[in-house]
Design a protein around this ligand. Structure first.
Ligand SMILES: [Zn+2]
Length: 321
């Protein structure tokens, strides 16, 4: 039974990666077609509302405790290749929240790197070996200084290895974005990884979006360039992110901007400015990326722009127990 006292309120179920036996290797919590079927059965198909129904009912405050919806983030092609057939077979219509810089030849670097890591190395260790080999900056002092932090993190995140944590620290706190991108790009070259060749297999095309739309799925915003912490951007830049995202989707789908009226916060990041911007763009439903109430919130679904979502990998854990 999926529902318990911890999740008996309307929420979304959040999906990212899927794998198959052909192009998409499994990794980091991805789902197969069978997993996806099992998950839907576990949640109960009757509890899953179509995206548009969930949207309307939430606005009218008519959702019941066990009403959930399915949401797909980041415009990942594997969602079309693996999950869409299941959705269509079961006649379930879902939300798809899509960043649009992918359509301008600026694909999300995180996804490109993720694919590289899974497909070009036998193990994470081998990926880190090459990373530290090509890294052109002395990081030993940095690691020494952060010895205690690394120890603490291993306790908090037992599923990470020491090297996972060292890599993340160096990526997030030691290198700036340009240095990190340069280092990874050196690795791409070393392994003859041609980004342009994999992009069409990793991300939606424009016609994927129009066909999802015509099948009755609901396409929503996810910021234009999937910035890391949108809440840290000044109002003006945040506004540009959402205005561009909405304008691009409106052009691709050939419908008025104000009809692109749902969204999910990229990496769960938002602040009061983000919410104000979204309201001004006629966005009336937005999803967070977790199921907890933080200190700034009064309740779990704090506003129609702050609806909770459960991560698919956490549901799989319950299912396999
Ligand atoms: Zn995302």
């Amino acid at each position: 039974m999926y529902f318990s006292k911890n999740n008996n309120f309307p929420h979304g179920i959040m999906f990212h990666q899927f794998h198959d036996k052909k192009f998409y290797k499994s990794g980091e919590g991805s789902l197969s077609k069978d997993d996806f079927h099992d998950l839907i059965n576990f949640v109960g198909k009757n509890n899953i509302l179509d995206a548009e129904t969930f949207f309307q009912k939430k606005i009218e405050n008519k959702l019941k405790k066990n009403d959930v919806c399915l949401t797909f983030d980041d415009g990942l092609k594997c969602q079309i290749e693996v999950a869409l057939q299941v959705l269509e077979d079961l006649n379930l219509k879902s939300f798809f929240f899509v960043s649009t810089s992918n359509f301008e030849n600026k694909p999300d670097f995180f996804e490109i790197t993720r694919y590289f890591k899974i497909n070009y190395f036998d193990s994470s260790e081998k990926f880190y070996d090459l990373f530290f080999e090509v890294l052109d900056k002395d990081y030993n002092d940095f690691l020494k200084k952060n010895k205690q932090i690394i120890k603490d993190k291993i306790k908090v995140y037992p599923f990470y290895t020491k090297r996972d944590i060292e890599f993340r620290l160096i990526r997030d706190r030691f290198l700036n974005e340009q240095e990190y991108t340069n280092t990874i790009t050196l690795m791409f070259n070393e392994k003859n990884y041609v980004v342009n060749e994999v992009v069409p297999k990793l991300f939606f095309s424009k016609s994927d979006l129009t066909s999802l739309d015509s099948l009755g799925h609901k396409i929503g915003l996810h910021s234009h360039s999937h910035v890391k912490f949108i809440e840290r951007l000044p109002f003006k830049l945040q506004k540009m992110e959402y205005v561009n995202n909405q304008k691009n989707l409106s052009n691709i789908l050939n419908k008025p901007s104000k009809k692109i009226n749902s969204m999910s916060h990229p990496l769960g990041s938002y602040n009061e400015s983000s919410l104000e911007i979204l309201r001004s763009l006629n966005v009336s439903l937005g999803f967070r990326d977790n199921m907890s109430v933080n200190h700034k919130m009064k309740s779990i679904n704090n506003s129609n722009l702050e609806i909770a979502r459960e991560d698919h990998s956490l549901i799989m854990k319950k299912l396999k127990r």
